[in-house]
Design a protein around this ligand. Structure first.
Ligand SMILES: *Cc1c(COP(=O)(O)O)cnc(C)c1O
Length: 344
């Protein structure tokens, strides 16, 4: 049977109201990619859950199919979200699919170009806020409390329901939960969803390593960060909405939440790309954390099954790459010039 998206596939495990009308772009069903070379280096069995291969290029589509399906069924006409970029693109796409108006609030000048382009292409009304993601989130919460506009940020419980499906897929492919699950943590909806999903699916529980960026690490510091800063814009969040649940997931799973520097995150992005998996900076944080912890000897991955969640595609944030290389060399259009350069 053809794949029809994750509510169709896993709806029986998702707590969605009866009025839900499925709006899907066949999201989910993303590959769990074995990484044999890195597995040898780290001494574990490493897989990348490549969430960048969802319809709009990030895992946000899992939660968005659920949130928009519920909103449509309840008769909502307009949806709104605050976003560091990927939620905006996803909300815009699913709203477009459903024929809804979508409004997205983003922090001024801090959204990666591929995400902004996506939101605009799918027809969202994009508004820049002179403030942080956290400021934008407060504003959308207020407007959705005072008007019939539907909120599709991950404080919306249906987002969490949809996002649980990635843990189901991992268990279905591996036959059971992995020993470790490593992922980036921003507003902390995703770590909350994975933990809820693994607990519900009853195929074993992983230890969870959540990774924040050093300049935006409220859960590591133990207090909010007023001016979060990191190249990993998707996790540039100072007051995670589900921070408590993230800490609980880390604690209950016998895992932890750590911080990785921007340099280590970019290095991790480079290593993954050199194995054929290009992810946006935030999405490399989970791998950066795994490498740091195994090097320190504080995470024993030896012989273990480890899944690193790569949350978004590299094409979302091309400038991080293009700004750091010299433009490709130019040669005359003749064979000798080519041979001179190639050295054949
Ligand atoms: C949203 C996002 C995150 C952070 O997820 P949270 O649920 O906010 O913790 C990480 N990586 C990417 C690519 C994202 O879009």
């Amino acid at each position: 049977m053809t794949y029809q998206g994750l509510i169709h596939r896993y709806g029986q495990y998702l707590d969605l109201p009866a009025h839900t009308q499925i709006v899907s772009l066949n999201e989910g069903n993303t590959p769990l990619i074995p990484m044999p070379r890195l597995s040898r280096e780290l001494g574990c069995e490493l897989f990348i859950k490549f969430e960048g291969l969802n319809p709009t290029g990030s895992f946000k589509d899992r939660g968005m199919t659920a949130a928009i399906s519920e909103a449509v069924g309840r008769g909502a006409k307009t949806v709104i979200c605050a976003s560091t970029g990927n939620t905006a693109a996803s909300a815009a796409a699913y709203a477009a699919r459903a024929g809804l108006r979508s409004i997205v609030l983003i922090p001024e000048g801090k959204v990666a170009v591929g995400k902004l382009a996506g939101a605009i292409a799918y027809g969202a009304e994009v508004i820049q806020i002179q403030g942080s993601f956290d400021d934008a989130l407060s504003l959308v919460v207020e407007i959705t409390q005072k008007t019939p506009i539907a909120l599709v940020n991950s404080i919306n419980p249906y987002r969490i329901e949809g996002q649980k499906t990635s843990s189901f897929e991992i268990c279905d492919v591996l036959g059971s939960a992995p020993d470790w699950l490593c992922l980036p943590v921003g507003n902390a909806g995703n770590i909350t969803s994975y933990w809820a999903g693994f607990k519900q699916y009853q195929k074993g529980l992983p230890q969870i390593l959540g990774v924040q960026a050093e300049g935006a690490a409220p859960l590591v510091l133990g207090h909010p960060v007023e001016k979060p800063e990191t190249v990993a814009t998707a996790i540039r969040i100072g007051k995670p909405a589900r921070g408590e649940q993230a800490l609980e997931a880390a604690h209950e799973s016998n895992g932890r939440i750590i911080a990785a520097s921007d340099a280590k995150i970019l290095e991790a992005q480079h290593i993954l790309a050199s194995e054929g998996v290009w992810v946006e900076p935030a999405s490399a944080a989970g791998f950066a954390g795994l490498v740091a912890e195994t090097a320190k000897g504080t995470l024993d991955a030896k012989g273990k099954k480890v899944v690193v969640v790569c949350t978004g595609h590299g094409m979302k944030d091309p400038s991080i790459i293009t700004e750091s290389f010299e433009s490709p060399r130019v040669i005359p259009a003749n064979y000798q010039a080519l041979v001179d350069v190639v050295g054949a």
